[in-house]
Write a protein that binds this ligand. Structure first.
Ligand code: PEP
Ligand code: MG
Length: 326
């Protein structure tokens, strides 16, 4: 079976009816990029930069970060590399940063909220490192946990300030660098039409989107039954995000675990998702599923889930669809 999958390594990610998408990898370090290449990944859809900050005694310097981002950009040889700015807090703690534990960490001081509050010691050095590294490949900047337009505008203003300074001092960077957002909160989903006009791409973070849509802690085993990408509310939200992103003409990807779920791939493909980002080990299998799907013929079938009331009904229905696909 492994041998069979191997032939998909050299093939493009293309559906039976000729729809081309991108299957990218999720990584936590420059070394992981090699695994993505070996697995036939067409880019990096999520570089979780918090891992550069974890398991050490102090902050990585701007230069250290620059070297890591540059390494990935070069390794990917011009393929897209989406680097997410620091997403700590919630389930990822960093002791040396001196951040008090919140009462509700997932609803608290984390990700973009923390970064915009600590511009000088955290955010600006990271954004500078990202912009400098953008001279070496196709880096895109992604902002995590966005809930408001103010956050997008503030982060973009910071990026523009750094660009101006680089122009003044002759520091190389990609002037057309794309800036996108994770759509992983209920607020971002509801405002997707408005946010799509302000950013270059969306990436749906289902790991958090499920948590913030269902009000269920993603790590709590006692309520894990509620944590499902097949929840009707979650699927309606995903449909809305893709539809609004496509309407505005921006790229819409997904980097949460759901992007590699065999039952969901046909749905996401039919709805028009452009990029599926996942762990390297899921890439070939996902490419095979896509190659077996007729996205146009699937659309009317998968749209039925938008009228269904329960998670189990949706899951059973999607199981039948994947059986038909083969
Ligand atoms: C997500 O929330 O879906 C995601 C990809 O990010 P993380 O799992 O790092 O929160
Ligand atoms: Mg997330």
């Amino acid at each position: 079976k492994k041998e069979l999958l191997k032939r998909y390594k050299e093939l493009p990610s293309i559906s039976k009816d000729g729809k081309k998408v991108e299957i990218a990898g999720n990584i936590g370090s420059p070394e992981d990029a090699k695994k993505v290449i070996l697995s036939g990944g067409e880019g990096i859809g999520l570089f979780r930069t918090e891992f550069l900050f974890m398991d050490r005694d102090g902050m990585p310097s701007e230069d250290e970060q620059f070297e890591s981002y540059k390494e990935v950009a070069i390794a990917m040889e011009g393929k897209p590399v989406i680097i997410r700015t620091l997403d700590i807090g919630g389930d990822k703690e960093i002791p040396y940063m001196g951040i008090e534990q919140d009462e509700n960490p997932f609803l608290g001081y984390r990700a973009i909220r923390l970064c915009l509050d600590r511009k000088n010691d955290i955010y600006i050095p990271q954004l500078r490192a990202l912009l400098r590294a953008s001279a070496f490949g196709n880096i895109k900047i992604m902002l995590p946990l966005i809930t408001s337009m103010d956050e997008i505008k503030e982060a973009k203003a910071l990026i523009n300030d750094i660009k101006s300074e680089f122009d003044l001092n002759g520091i190389a960077y990609n002037k057309d660098i794309e800036v996108g957002i994770m759509v992983e909160t209920a607020a971002a989903s509801l405002l997707a039409d408005i946010f799509a006009k302000e950013v270059d791409f969306f990436s749906i973070g289902t790991n958090d989107l499920i948590q913030y849509t269902m009000s269920v802690d993603r790590g709590n085993v006692k309520i894990a039954g509620l944590y499902s990408p097949f929840s009707p509310a979650v699927l309606r939200s995903i449909n809305r995000i893709i539809t609004e992103g496509k309407k505005a003409g921006i790229m819409v990807g997904m980097c949460g675990e759901a992007a590699a779920d065999p039952l969901l791939i046909p749905v996401l493909l039919a709805w028009g998702l452009d990029e599926f980002s996942m762990s390297a080990s899921s890439i070939l299998k996902s490419r095979q599923i896509i190659s077996l799907c007729d996205s146009k013929a699937l659309l009317s079938k998968v749209d039925k889930v938008l009228e269904m009331a329960t998670e189990s009904e949706i899951k059973d229905y999607l199981k039948k669809i994947i059986e038909e696909i083969g």
